[in-house]
Design a protein around this ligand. Structure first.
Ligand SMILES: Cc1ncc(COP(=O)(O)O)c(C=O)c1O
Length: 479
């Protein structure tokens, strides 16, 4: 038989040469196994996400990380395709330094910050927080298990921004509880804690830990923080009696105590964060501080307070008041790194906003970059490419970052992919007149967290230059 490969295709040549065929299959299997080993560092799906070698180059790729536009690094921000989410790195770092400075008065009481990851969902950003906050930072908060996993899953040792993660939201599904227990067992250096408010969930978690302990070599205790409802009327036990009861189950019940550690209470008050007046905000938080103090005293009287007991809560609008309470041991601000149009309306002690006193408080570091895609010849409107899929509208419309433009023009929602910039006052169209199709504008989102949740990556800039591209992990509402 003549071995003529022309027109025969790969399959036919295998038929003619079994040695070649089995070698090729062997190589394919080995390559696939090697590829599958490269789990995503953030979501652990295979092969995926943020695997990088020591030089930070991507090793493998998933849908997001394959597209990560690292080619933009070193380019002018004007070359960034829009809509895009920008971080001004100088302001971001300055906000973290300001946070350190603001916590100095509480140094003697050793109050820590545990920044909330729900605002940024970015392991690279946590590393910067860890560098700048140093020993002031006790760890991070996450709101969802998938956020927590995006910090610790598959990351190489030493690369974690933190090893101390508190999930500040109730996790109740068995499958998720198992994932938490598995993570704790497989990484002894990881401290993962979660908030609870329900006895049957506590018992189920203890049971999962017990089963895992029997299968595995060694034992891990999961730290639990009981959420106490201090007025948000969302999650949390509703009374001191319920709090003491649940803490007693965790610490004294034979089926729970060997596997669980009662580590503290969470008293979070979201509704107080945006009270505009400094005085009113302070007063509202003081009520919560008193509730937290009463709760801790009751636990103390029942002998349920351990030496490492924490009282945790607070956000960007309130953290100074919790930090000065002599009750809270740590505070949970998240938005301070970015800020947003809603937070920027809060008044400081001077009764002034960040607009009046930019040096005194956190400044806007997060922007949606958008392009003018159409403009009415009459200057009645300019249309930009950032609609409600690029910027959240739940806390009000975004603002134009340029102060002069902002006095004369405002954003109106134009649908999923459109925003409409219109004159604030119909008689003065001069701000729109200065805009041309193709111009790029920066928008200040109304609310940073849900805006971040819409994007795949941050474009990090210093001045006019792109200096890095950071993936946003653990997104979406699920898991
Ligand atoms: C439990 C908890 N802690 C802290 C925060 C952080 O708040 P902020 O981003 O306003 O600082 C939030 C925000 O929703 C929260 O839900």
């Amino acid at each position: 038989m003549i071995n003529n490969n022309r027109g025969s295709g790969d399959e036919e040549s295998f038929a003619l040469n079994p040695v070649l065929k089995w070698s090729a299959i062997g190589i394919t299997v080995a390559a696939t196994a090697f590829w599958l080993q490269k789990k995503c560092r953030s979501c652990s799906s295979k092969p995926c996400a943020t695997n990088r070698d020591n030089n930070s180059e991507l090793l493998s790729s998933c849908a997001i990380h394959k597209k990560l536009p690292r080619h933009l690094i070193n380019q002018s921000v004007n070359n960034v395709p829009t809509p895009a989410l920008l971080i001004d790195m100088d302001i971001l770092e300055d906000n973290m330094t300001k946070m350190n400075d603001s916590m100095k008065p509480f140094a003697s009481s050793q109050v820590k910050i545990r920044p909330h990851y729900k605002a940024n969902k970015c392991p690279d950003l946590v590393k910067v927080q860890s560098r700048i906050h140093g020993s002031l930072m006790s760890g991070v908060c996450c709101q969802k298990l998938s956020e927590a996993e995006s910090i610790f899953m598959g990351q190489q040792t030493g690369e974690l921004g933190t090893r101390d993660i508190l999930i500040t939201n109730e996790v109740v599904e068995k499958m998720k509880l198992e994932r938490i227990v598995n993570a704790a067992f497989s990484n002894s250096k990881l401290k993962i804690s979660l908030v609870v408010d329900n006895e049957s969930v506590v018992r189920q978690l203890a049971h999962i830990c017990k089963e895992k302990t029997m299968q595995a070599d060694g034992q891990v205790k999961i730290s639990l923080i009981i959420e106490y409802n201090v007025g948000q009327n969302r999650c949390g036990v509703n009374s001191i009696e319920e709090l003491v009861h649940l803490a007693t189950v965790i610490t004294k019940d034979d089926s729970c105590a060997p596997y669980l550690h009662f580590a503290g209470i969470q008293c979070y008050q979201g509704w107080n964060q945006h009270i505009r007046s400094f005085g009113d905000r302070k007063q509202a938080v003081e009520k919560v501080n008193n509730m937290a103090s009463d709760a801790k005293n009751a636990l103390q009287e029942s002998g349920l307070v351990s030496s490492d007991f924490i009282v945790t809560g607070g956000g960007t609008g309130s953290y100074l008041f919790e930090a000065g309470s002599n009750v809270f041991t740590e505070v949970q601000p998240g938005s301070y790194v970015f800020m947003d149009a809603d937070y920027n309306k809060n008044l400081m002690e001077s009764d002034r906003t960040v607009e009046d006193e930019p040096d005194s408080t956190f400044r806007q570091s997060l922007f949606v970059l958008t392009t003018v895609m159409s403009k009415a010849a009459s200057n009645e409107r300019a249309v930009v490419d950032a609609g409600m899929k690029a910027v959240s509208l739940d806390s009000g419309v975004p603002l134009l970052n340029d102060r002069e433009q902002r006095k004369l023009a405002e954003y109106r929602p134009g649908g999923d992919e459109h925003g409409i910039i219109v004159p604030t006052n119909e008689t003065d169209k001069s701000a729109i007149a200065t805009l041309s199709v193709g111009d790029k504008l920066r928008l200040i989102p109304g609310h940073c967290d849900p805006t971040v949740n819409m994007h795949d990556w941050f474009i990090c800039v210093r001045g006019d230059r792109v200096v890095d591209v950071w993936p946003i992990e653990g997104r979406s509402c699920g898991l």
